[in-house]
Design a protein around this ligand. Structure first.
Ligand SMILES: *[C@@H]1O[C@H](CO)[C@@H](O)[C@H](O)[C@H]1NC(C)=O
Length: 147
């Protein structure tokens, strides 16, 4: 098997940008992390996560944005960036995932001078959790009719 077959993401060269694509799965009710790691050999740059495939510029339907050091916008508390942003760990964690979180996400780093920055599309699939049997203690107590 040639080594590129085993490489987990596919690099696509578009007319104006480098876009890579990867696939992540998660489970309902748990948190799931969408990886986006970028070498800080480049200057520290603003970036955004969007809930769509990456457009040519910026992100569409932004979930979270940073100035390169700190989060500057967060659509919802469920979206967190727990990595060290200034060291290029731009991974997005979605807490308490729901089936409706399934879809395409975009990690776009907007540094200048190299096409339109770095773009990564991630397809996330959230799967239903295991069925949990709560047992008789979770059932309502039977009503008792004295007498
Ligand atoms: C990046 O940060 C995430 C938390 O958001 C962590 O799980 C992951 O291990 C970090 N990766 C690297 C390469 O530092």
């Amino acid at each position: 098997m040639p080594p590129w077959v085993a490489f987990p993401s596919l690099i696509l060269l578009w007319a104006d940008a480098v876009v890579s694509v990867s696939y992540v799965t998660g489970v309902v009710g748990q948190s799931v992390t969408l990886p986006c790691i970028f070498s800080t050999a480049h200057e520290i740059s603003p970036m955004c996560w969007g809930r769509r495939a990456c457009p040519s510029f910026s992100c569409s339907n932004e979930l979270i944005m940073t100035d390169g050091y700190h989060v500057t916008f967060e659509k919802d508390k469920r979206y967190r960036m727990n990595g060290i942003i200034s060291r290029g760990n731009l991974s997005l964690t979605i807490q308490n995932a729901a089936l409706s979180d399934t879809g395409t996400y975009c990690c776009h780093i907007e540094f200048k001078g190299w096409f339109n920055g770095y773009k990564k599309n991630i397809f996330l699939e959230i799967k239903p959790g295991e069925f949990i049997f709560l047992g008789p203690s979770a059932w309502p107590a039977p009503s008792r009719n004295p007498g």
